[in-house]
Design a protein around this ligand. Structure first.
Ligand SMILES: Nc1ncnc2c1ncn2[C@@H]1O[C@H](COP(=O)(O)OP(=O)(O)OP(=O)(O)O)[C@@H](O)[C@H]1O
Ligand SMILES: [Mg+2]
Length: 373
């Protein structure tokens, strides 16, 4: 997938800009607060239909205006072109268009423009809470498997409903039998999430070491494992997981009733990252952590490409600041050999050399694109 053209209107500090991108590497450079990340945010909107920075779209509308409008012209691997447009206003809400046709359910368009984003917030992925890691794997699988996104939505509803019923039972307003249909649905959707996550993580894990070694120049082995309270072995099939998940709900019922919440299941599970069999969270240095995350995102891009037969766009937001010259060179070489269209923001353009063929430089100043080379 290539983004050929991007038009932004009233998006953050950008009033109106039209940008024609390079099919390889695009470097958006400029001082702090000029609009670099905003451009990545706009591209992300076209693929995921949401911001990666805020939940409320109102914050994205340029101060003093009442709507934003972003559209992109894309070219697929088979040279077909199409456009996506996201329009939002406080009064009319959000509208998404594919080739000018209005999309009814936004989730149906996810995966059309596959995207892999790496931003400074992702550094939290290793050290932060399990919910950030679940979000990472959920967004990844949602882009390659529409059924996963549907199951995830249903599952979240079931958890809320089940928790409500748990509270009602504790208050003697419902009897225990009313839990059963919720437990069934929980195991139905939950087992699919668990099964898919484990399958995809296994594949992701098989790609990540190669990238880590390329970027770091080491022979370190890194891996990812899924941690679950239901089934941790690799070979449990979907039916087996469903059965066990249902059983776990019975085992934890007393505790769940006491707390009015569901204590076990995919909404509480986690991913673990290892380097040479030791947890990165405890033993990894900051540089290793960063290198692992870059490797992880490259592995994610490769996985998406294998499943969709389309290369995702790679958005790298300000991730080069603490990397040494060797690692920067290795990252750029990896991008070039994988041939994924990449968008890099940085305050220091001179770090990247001036390879005119492969790289285009865009200077961003006060919401304007000043020069294209
Ligand atoms: N809704 C909005 N309307 C107008 N300006 C906004 C809005 N939201 C954010 N801004 C401003 O837009 C500017 C650009 O933000 P952006 O995050 O894109 O900067 P950046 O170039 O990535 O900077 P940095 O190098 O610090 O990350 C900032 O000054 C920010 O305060
Ligand atoms: Mg920024």
């Amino acid at each position: 997938m290539k983004l050929i053209n991007l038009t932004l209107i009233n998006f953050r500090n950008i009033e109106k800009e039209d940008i024609h991108f390079n099919k390889n590497i695009n470097i958006l450079y400029g001082g702090n607060g000029q609009g670099k990340t905003s451009i990545l945010e706009a591209i992300y909107f076209l693929g995921i239909t949401k911001s990666f920075r805020v939940g409320d779209e109102k914050a994205v509308v340029k101060t003093g205006q009442n709507y934003f409008d972003v559209s992109g012209k894309f070219e697929k691997q088979n040279s077909q072109t199409f456009s996506i447009r996201v329009y939002f206003s406080g009064t009319e809400g959000k509208h998404v268009f594919y080739n000018k046709e209005k999309i009814k359910t936004f989730s149906s368009i996810i995966g059309t423009v596959p995207i892999v984003l790496l931003s400074l917030e992702d550094l939290d992925l290793t050290y932060g809470s399990p919910s950030a890691r679940r979000k990472f794997i959920d967004i990844l699988i949602s882009q390659i498997d529409p059924k996963y996104l549907q199951s995830l939505k249903q599952f979240k509803k079931v958890v809320l409903s089940r928790n409500k019923v748990l509270s009602l039972i504790s208050e003697n307003k419902e009897d225990l039998a009313s839990l059963r249909p919720w437990d069934k649905q929980f195991a139905e959707y939950g087992s699919y999430l668990h099964y898919e996550r484990k399958l995809i993580l296994k594949e992701l894990s098989s790609y990540v070491s190669k990238y880590y070694q390329n970027i770091s120049g080491t022979t370190d082995e890194v891996e990812i494992r899924y941690q679950s309270s239901v089934a941790n072995e690799d070979d449990a099939d979907l039916e087996e997981i469903k059965k066990r998940m249902y059983q776990r709900l019975e085992e934890t019922r007393q505790r769940d009733l006491a707390y009015g919440s569901t204590s076990t299941g995919p909404h509480r599970e986690d991913l673990l990252f290892f380097k040479n069999k030791q947890p990165l969270k405890i033993f990894g240095s900051q540089g290793e952590n960063k290198t692992f995350l870059i490797g992880l995102k490259f592995a994610e891009a490769l996985l998406i490409e294998k499943h969709l037969n389309e290369k995702p766009l790679l958005l790298l937001d300000d991730i080069f600041s603490e990397l040494d010259q060797f690692r920067i060179k290795q990252v750029l070489e990896t991008i070039q050999s994988d041939q994924r269209q990449t968008f890099i923001t940085t305050t220091e353009a001179d770090k990247f050399g001036q390879d005119k063929e492969e790289i285009d430089f865009f200077r961003i100043s006060n919401g304007k694109i000043l020069n294209e080379t």
